[in-house]
Unconditional design. Structure first.
Length: 276
């Protein structure tokens, strides 16, 4: 398959790297990109020569979230029933598609990792970040909680609550301390360090690694992680009917940049960071 929104490389034998390749859009997610990504992940998962997959981003960041200029209700990468609240259910189903692959998947994060970008990274088995990465979910300020409510599971209740109530980012170093990421590295060495880890993983037979992955997942599922995340989609759907959300959606349709600037200006971060 010829990819428009991805670039795939083989940095080491049995290791494949998938780059999100929309640097001019800060690798914002749209359904055509997501369709390519799921296809690519599943193709690598079926390939006996591939033992580890790394997902990273071209340009200045990993992923700044969903591309709000796209109609993401159309051209879905896989079928989801379009009843009320279909979008968060669709997003969560996609996350578990990655979760359920047999091949270990690593997210390598630099720069912005926001909103849908955090959901993509959290769906991976391992997450490594640059020290200065910025990880957050600013959407909570104006519209809804995350489609995929993994934050409490990974960061714990207090850290997750602070991120949800403020919409602020945490740094890569904080992400590693709080549980979102495994470890943080300086930007100049992260790719080499991640490939070293991938090489270690690749030394273990794939059939054993598949069971190793599932052994961790099954414990999390017994504790309720999968059910909890699925249940969270109902709260996200409920939020879409709130007055504030409806007002923000109208503002987005009138002017995307203006609406996001209005959302963040009182906080002085994201696109308003350098503006007074």
């Amino acid at each position: 398959m010829n990819y428009k929104f991805l670039e795939c490389t083989e940095p080491e034998p049995q290791v494949r790297r998938i780059y999100l390749n929309r640097p001019e859009k800060r690798n914002a997610l749209c359904n055509p990109l997501r369709k390519e990504l799921f296809y690519c992940l599943e193709a690598f998962d079926e390939d006996p020569e591939v033992k580890v997959i790394i997902i990273s981003g071209k340009g200045s960041c990993f992923c700044a979230g969903y591309d709000l200029s796209y109609d993401n209700s159309e051209d879905l990468p896989f079928y989801s029933s379009k009843t009320d609240g279909f979008w968060p259910r669709h997003v969560v189903e996609g996350a578990f598609k990655i979760w359920d692959l047999s091949t270990p998947v690593i997210a390598e994060v630099h720069g912005y990792c926001l909103a849908g970008g955090t959901e993509l990274a959290a769906s991976c088995d391992l997450v490594y970040v640059t020290d200065n990465a910025e990880i957050g979910y600013p959407v909570v300020r104006s519209m809804s909680p995350p489609d995929n409510q993994f934050f409490p599971w990974l960061l714990g209740m207090r850290n997750a609550m602070e991120m949800m109530l403020t919409g602020e980012t945490i740094s890569g170093e904080e992400a590693a301390i709080n549980g979102f990421a495994n470890k943080s590295f300086s930007e100049d060495v992260i790719s080499k360090e991640v490939e070293k880890i991938a090489n270690k993983i690749a030394k273990v037979p794939s059939d054993i690694q598949a069971i190793n992955k599932r052994s961790i997942h099954r414990q999390m599922e017994i504790m309720g992680m999968r059910d909890g995340i699925r249940a969270g989609t109902e709260l996200q759907a409920l939020a879409m009917h709130s007055r504030s959300t409806r007002d923000h959606l109208k503002e987005l349709s009138s002017g995307l940049k203006e609406a996001l600037t209005k959302r963040d200006k009182d906080f002085g971060d994201y696109r308003t960071k350098d503006k007074d």
